[in-house]
Design a protein around this ligand. Structure first.
Ligand code: GLN
Ligand code: ZN
Length: 761
């Protein structure tokens, strides 16, 4: 008989209890004990839910106060020198690495593969040694014990050594230290065996990346060391993409008890995986999507599972979610504000546990017995497939009628540039901001009151109008050239649009961890997307009525809306993206009709959507850029289209950025001293660029001299006729005093540079 397993649970808490407990602890309102109790309660709750659902293998040690990668780094003594404060308690030192302190930078944070979860980047030092830190190991042993109290034989989970090193920085060739690290891992396995563990799960998602054969050699070698004499069974876990044959050939040589593969993201790998399974090893088949919120098509999952059973027998099969459930919310059944139909299409964490159990049972039966078992499920899948909400004829016809020319602006960039200069009459080195102004407590409070019904729609609107007036007046005072309305009406750049589009729903409790104590509630994009009416025009018009200077219309691009939502899985992502693009294109048209001379379409997340495997990237880049182009294609030549992207590694994407065919692109650049602009120079980028000169991620106010010198560096790389002067992202997380001070310096720096130009002539 097959068994079921869970690779990891969400940990933020169904009502974000962990967030609250952490924040209370950080501000000194509660003691460490209370934080520990909350955490233990949250873990116990999950284990009990797993137990109740009859799951055979439950994880322990997957929980982390802040980040599971950090916990494993600490386990092996990978601690940056600046975080080794000897006076602090262990927990204080732990949070120092997460959050920093005055004069002490925290660890860098970056995305966990292609998810929206962020981990802390471990910092190795040259000559790094690895020791097993007993106090850190206690997390795994005590969680094992905690599970045992509930009658559960938990399976400890650790990020594996290859992945840990792949994600670290500080050593030129991290894989070179894989061997000594695996010796330390072997020690941990033996300690876990001593603590009663029978099997251990090592997460190696790095195995799905493009790995060199040298790296794979090192991996195989290291795992031999690690598994040699191991007194526990080891389950090697991969997810987020398929494993290439070259990697499978190494895996096949290892004495593993189990290999886990992601059959949601990469079902096509199944045959190759089955052909390369280590002798006698189990296959853990990830057939329930651990990254999305939809009820599983159980028949399709059973097809896959039956292929496994036919090959290796059900005793060697583990039925599992594709990856840890960290990336999905807790329970769809709580979402009583969603209509019954939509709710029946969903499966969050709890529902996924139920699906695992159902799959295991269904494998044992056939015919009428199986039909009876799956009847309810099949009805839900069928209702979703047939619903008019997922099949809007109008939307589909419009997408189907697109022709290649529909993605192009009618005039080439250079001619548009001319037409726009005539219309806008901007000075050289025009100054602007990226869109949002500080989201003050006052704004958040007003939003909360509006939601709670304590503020009438009319009062809320006039409050927002006041905010827009303040923002416009401030920008005029500062002397910025191109203004924004400040986005006070938006709590989030995706949610704001999702709420006004058909095809999106919003959960009440659908929180997922973004990093540490932060959680996000992504919109659920369930159906065909269309616009009910103009979404931003009134705000733009109001803002423009207050000033003679141009105000930018401000939109979120289709790829970013897609990327930051839970996206329907019943059609390719690119089709969904195209529908969003058409809706945004309509909005561009309405803004133009209202008189907007400049429209910014933010694609903050364009880069994030890049698939993990190089071979999958060109296809994504093609359709993502096409979708952006579609939003702007109908804009007239005199309408200036801006886009903004919040990342900075452009070397590899410069041609794609050019292909966006935006008139002006603003990017993050301040932290790299404009070096990244080399790419734009080498490529002779045709459009205009606003390299962010003010780093809005820090409260520090850059001086005029500093900004001027960044601009000078930029001018050395890009003709000044192509340069704009702006911060590197929106100002929503900043305070007014620091934002104003920084913008004042930014405008002054631009003026100084203009004067320098003039005096040269
Ligand atoms: N226009 C948005 C803002 O200024 C862009 C945010 C982003 O790039 N993340 O807030
Ligand atoms: Zn940004």
């Amino acid at each position: 008989m097959a068994r079921t397993a869970v690779l990891g649970f969400p940990r933020i808490g169904p009502d974000r209890e962990l967030k609250l407990a952490l924040e209370r602890f950080w501000t000194g309102r509660v003691q460490a004990d209370e934080l520990r109790d909350t955490a233990s309660r949250l873990r116990t709750q999950r284990l009990k839910a797993g137990q109740l659902a009859g799951i055979d293998v439950l994880p322990v040690g997957d929980f982390a106060y802040y980040d599971h990668v950090l916990d494993v780094a600490e386990l092996f003594g990978i601690v940056a020198a600046r975080h080794r404060d000897s006076d602090a308690t262990d927990l204080q030192r732990h949070f120092l690495a997460c959050r920093g302190a005055a004069g002490i930078a925290p660890l860098e944070m970056t995305k966990w593969f292609d998810t929206n979860y962020h981990y802390l980047v471990p910092e190795l030092s040259e000559g790094q040694r690895f020791t097993v830190v007993a106090d850190s190991l206690a997390k795994w042993t005590s969680h094992l014990h905690e599970a045992r109290e509930l009658g559960i034989q938990g399976r400890p989970v650790l990020v594996g050594p290859l992945t840990l090193l792949t994600l670290s920085k500080g050593v030129a060739d991290p894989v070179s230290v894989l061997e000594p690290l695996s010796v330390a891992y072997a020690e941990v396995l033996s300690a876990l065996a001593g603590a009663g563990a029978r099997e251990v799960q090592l997460d190696e998602p790095a195995l799905v990346l493009d790995q060199s054969s040298t790296a794979l050699d090192a991996f195989e070698h290291a795992y031999r060391t690690l598994l040699d004499d191991a007194r526990v069974e080891v389950s090697l876990t991969t997810y987020f993409a398929g494993i290439d044959q070259a990697a499978l050939e190494r895996i096949q040589m290892l004495p593993l008890a189990e290999l886990h593969v992601d059959l949601v993201r990469a079902p096509e790998q199944l045959d190759c995986v089955l052909a390369h399974l280590p002798d006698g090893a189990r296959l853990s088949a990830g057939v329930v999507d651990g990254r999305n919120v939809w009820a599983t098509d159980l028949d399709r999952a059973l097809d896959r599972l039956e292929r496994v059973v036919a090959r290796i027998g059900s005793d060697r099969l583990t039925v599992a979610p594709s990856c840890s459930l960290l990336h999905v919310p807790y329970a769809a059944k709580r979402e009583q504000a969603l209509d019954d139909e939509l709710r029946s299409w969903l499966a969050f964490g709890d529902e996924k546990l139920g699906e695992l159990g159902l799959l295991k049972t269904a494998l044992e039966v056939s015919g009428g017995e199986r039909d009876a078992l799956l009847a309810d499920h099949r009805a839900r899948i069928a209702s979703r497939r047939a619903s008019s909400r997922t099949n809007d004829e109008r939307v589909r016809a419009r997408a189907a009628a697109l022709t290649p020319g529909d993605y192009d602006r009618k005039m080439p960039l250079a001619e548009r540039h001319h037409a726009q200069s005539e219309r806008l009459q901007l000075p050289e080195l025009p100054t602007t901001t990226i869109g949002s102004f500080p989201q003050t407590t006052e704004i958040r409070e007003a939003r909360r009151k509006r939601r709670a019904g304590e503020l009438s729609e009319g009062d809320y609107l006039s409050f927002l109008q006041d905010q827009v007036e303040t923002v416009i007046a401030a920008q005029e005072r500062l002397g910025l050239d191109v203004l924004v309305h400040g986005e006070p009406e938006r709590n989030d750049m995706v949610e704001y649009f999702g709420e006004q589009l058909e095809g999106f729903a919003f959960s009440q409790f659908g929180w997922v961890q973004s990093y540490g104590s932060r959680a996000v509630k992504p919109p659920i994009l369930y159906g065909d997307v269309s616009r009910r009416g103009p979404m931003t025009v009134d705000w733009w018009r109001y803002a423009q009525s207050l000033t003679k200077r141009p105000v930018k219309g401000m939109l979120t691009g289709p790829v970013t809306i897609l990327q930051w939502s839970f996206v329907r899985d019943d059609q390719p992502r690119q089709e969904t993206c195209l529908q969003i693009a058409l809706a945004i294109a309509d909005e561009v048209g309405d803004l133009e009709d209202a008189g907007a001379a400049i429209i910014q379409i933010d694609e903050a997340a364009l880069r994030e959507g890049l698939p993990l495997k190089r071979s999958d990237q060109p296809d994504y880049v093609r359709w993502a850029i096409d979708c952006f182009r579609l939003t702007a294609a109908d804009a007239s030549a005199e309408t200036q289209i801006h886009t903004h992207m919040c990342y900075s590694d452009f070397g590899e994407m410069i041609e794609e950025i050019a292909r966006l065919d935006a008139d002006v692109v603003s990017i993050e650049a301040s932290r790299s001293d404009m070096v990244l602009l080399e790419a734009f120079r080498d490529f002779a980028y045709p459009g205009q660029i606003g390299p962010g000169v003010y780093d809005i991620h820090s409260p520090r106010v850059p001086s005029v001299e500093e900004l001027e010198s960044l601009l000078t560096l930029a001018e050395e790389r890009i003709p000044r006729s192509q340069l704009w002067v702006n911060p590197d992202c929106g100002l929503k997380t900043r305070d007014w005093p620091e934002a104003t001070a920084a913008l004042e310096n930014l405008v002054q720096a631009a003026h100084n540079r203009r004067a320098a130009v003039a005096s040269l002539r």
